[in-house]
Design a protein around this ligand. Structure first.
Ligand code: AMP
Length: 214
């Protein structure tokens, strides 16, 4: 199955994608994770992407599209994929349809007013990459799964969050119309969009996603 998750930053796409990709046995491909790892390893893509991630802005389409094209050509994607964080612009969605079109697009919806507290309270483990909210943690600095050091993502600071939410509403939200075939950006006859309420406990959201895939 070729699947992608849409939704604003903080909707829980990464958390849900980890569980759903394991369930469906398809690779979880997060462009945000790919950029963070490229930055850590100081690759040419990482050096170019860093300023955009730090500012909460989108990395230019050509850079992201080339990176995803290469990733989707790898053997583990032969039976499908779960894309998390791509596409984020109409240009990227058109490119993906040409590379290897998704069968289903899951839009995880969470109201803006809930996103700010989710994002400012998010902590990530540097060792196992687990993601937690401070409200779940006894110790804000230690991973409850592996004991690794927890930290806040640079772009989860309040000043960067508003730029990321603006980028989502202006550049990514139009994809809902693109994939439902109902908006101005209608490109296909089939409605590939499934909407899931992301404003509840992670286990409930997971069940909602599996139900919509059946
Ligand atoms: P994420 O982890 O999905 O929230 O992504 C973190 C950051 O990586 C974003 O704020 C962008 O700077 C960059 N990024 C990730 N995916 C894309 C994409 N599809 N297009 C452009 N920039 C992206």
């Amino acid at each position: 199955m070729k699947l992608l998750f849409l939704g604003p930053p903080g909707a829980g796409k990464g958390t849900q994608a980890a569980g759903v990709s394991a369930h469906l046995k398809v690779p979880h491909i997060s462009t945000g994770d790919m950029f963070r790892s490229a930055i850590k390893n100081a690759t040419p893509v990482g050096l170019e992407a860093k300023k955009y991630l730090d500012a909460g802005e989108l990395v230019p389409d050509s850079v992201v599209i080339d990176m995803v094209r290469e990733r989707l050509s790898m053997p583990d994607c032969a039976n499908g994929y779960l894309l998390d964080g791509f596409p984020r612009t109409v240009e990227q969605a058109i490119a993906l349809d040409e590379i290897d079109a998704p069968d289903i697009v899951v839009d995880i919806e969470v109201p803006d007013e809930r996103l700010l507290s989710r994002l400012t309270g998010r902590r990530v483990c540097g060792k196992c990459q687990g993601t937690f909210h401070i409200s779940q943690l006894k110790d804000e600095h230690a991973c409850p799964l592996c004991g690794g050091a927890l930290s806040q993502r640079n772009d989860d600071k309040p000043e960067t969050i508003s730029t990321r939410l603006r980028a989502y509403h202006e550049q990514t939200e139009p994809l809902i119309g693109y994939y439902s075939g109902l908006g101005k950006l209608r490109r296909v006859e089939v409605n590939r969009l499934r909407t899931v309420d992301g404003d509840s406990r992670p286990e409930e959201v997971f069940k909602g996603i599996l139900a919509t895939l059946e």
